[in-house]
Write a protein that binds this ligand. Structure first.
Ligand code: NAP
Length: 315
């Protein structure tokens, strides 16, 4: 076995990078495996107006760049690689990547969750330019504008209701004739005069004018009829997938695949901690992810200190 690190952090969104800042400042010399696309979900966001400390807002990639620099300044070591497997069955833990194998006394999992997308080519191209997967983040930009929400679950209905605070009208587009959302949410949405429903309807294309969303091409799945809906924004709310397949059989997950944490950020494996969206399907904000990243680093630091039997000379 090669060098054994104190802490390996997997993931480079707000949770992983904040864990790195705290672990680095605690002299743990963390190794952060950042994946191929460093920065997580904020890299596809434009202006972030709700992250404390930026009174005029900040661009998502710029925010992630400066959190990364902060982590680097205190001695975080970064590896740009994809984790292909982990072995949490014994300590030190093993994390295998396409760039080599690493060992650590504690691991912080911050692999996040990915918003599910419809799979339309225009969706990625117009992300942050009228296409969004986060109403809390972007709703504010659609004051008095018509927008659409796609999906029929609690997220879609919750987002549609939230967005009525800003938008002139919210069209909820659902592929079936019945919402999946809970009754209480359904009733609220139906009672909201600003929400209009388009049942049995799928989005076939997202159109733009000058690089920003201008309309949706819709198809009625029952009649086959096609129509256009003029909107300034479309919120895709068809669920999230936590990035946890790597940990199957090793870390406890809930029925939707999110990691289960207890007593702060502890997973079922002592020495393995989880933070950010990979264990949070409720709040899902950059600031809450960053906060739980801080907690995970403090938990990992305490674990490393209290397991001196695993100790290796500090680098
Ligand atoms: P979800 O319950 O899985 O619902 C996803 C919705 O998106 C479904 O209506 C589904 O349609 C639709 N959908 C999926 N793939 C699609 C596609 N390719 N094209 C068009 N539509 C598609 O996801 P969620 O709403 O994010 O909720 C996830 C979990 O969090 C749920 O357990 C939910 O109850 C919970 N949650 C709770 C609250 C709350 O209590 N306040 C708020 C948000 C979320 P079908 O219905 O046809 O399958």
């Amino acid at each position: 076995m090669g060098e054994v690190r104190n802490v390996i952090i997997i993931g480079s969104g707000p949770a992983g990078l904040t864990a790195a800042i705290y672990a680095a400042r605690a002299d743990l010399v963390p190794l952060l495996i950042e994946g191929m696309d460093s920065g997580g979900q904020l890299m596809t966001t434009t202006t972030v107006e709700n992250f404390p400390g930026f009174s005029d807002g900040v661009m998502g990639p710029e925010l992630m760049g400066s959190i990364r620099s902060q982590a680097e300044r205190f001695g975080t070591e970064f590896v740009q690689a994809i984790v292909t497997s982990v072995d949490f069955s014994k300590r030190p833990f093993t994390v295998t990547t396409d760039a080599g194998e690493y060992h650590a006394r504690a691991v912080v999992v911050a692999t996040g969750a990915s918003a599910r997308l419809l799979g339309l080519p225009a969706e990625r191209r117009l992300m942050g330019r009228g296409v969004s997967t986060c109403a809390t983040c972007d709703g504010f930009f659609y004051r008095q504008k018509p927008i659409a929400v796609v999906g029929g679950g609690d997220s879609a209905v919750e987002e549609a209701i939230f967005l009525t605070k800003f938008a002139s009208k919210v069209t909820l587009i659902h592929r079936r004739h019945e919402l999946r959302a809970s009754k209480i949410m359904r009733d609220k949405a139906v009672a909201n005069p600003k929400i209009e429903f388009r049942w049995n309807t799928v989005v076939e294309d997202i159109r733009d004018s000058g690089g920003v969303v201008s309309s949706l091409a819709l198809r009625d799945t029952v009649t086959g009829e096609r129509s256009d809906l003029a909107v300034d924004g479309v919120f895709v709310a068809i669920g999230h997938t936590p990035n946890t397949s790597l940990f199957a059989g090793q870390l406890e997950m809930d029925e939707n695949g999110y990691l289960v944490t207890r007593d702060g950020t502890r997973t079922n494996v002592p020495g393995v901690f989880a933070c950010g969206d990979v264990q949070d399907h409720v709040y899902r904000q950059a600031i809450t992810a960053a906060g739980s990243g801080c907690m995970a680093a403090l938990d990992a630091e305490r674990f490393v200190e209290s397991h001196v039997e695993d100790a290796v000379p500090a680098r």
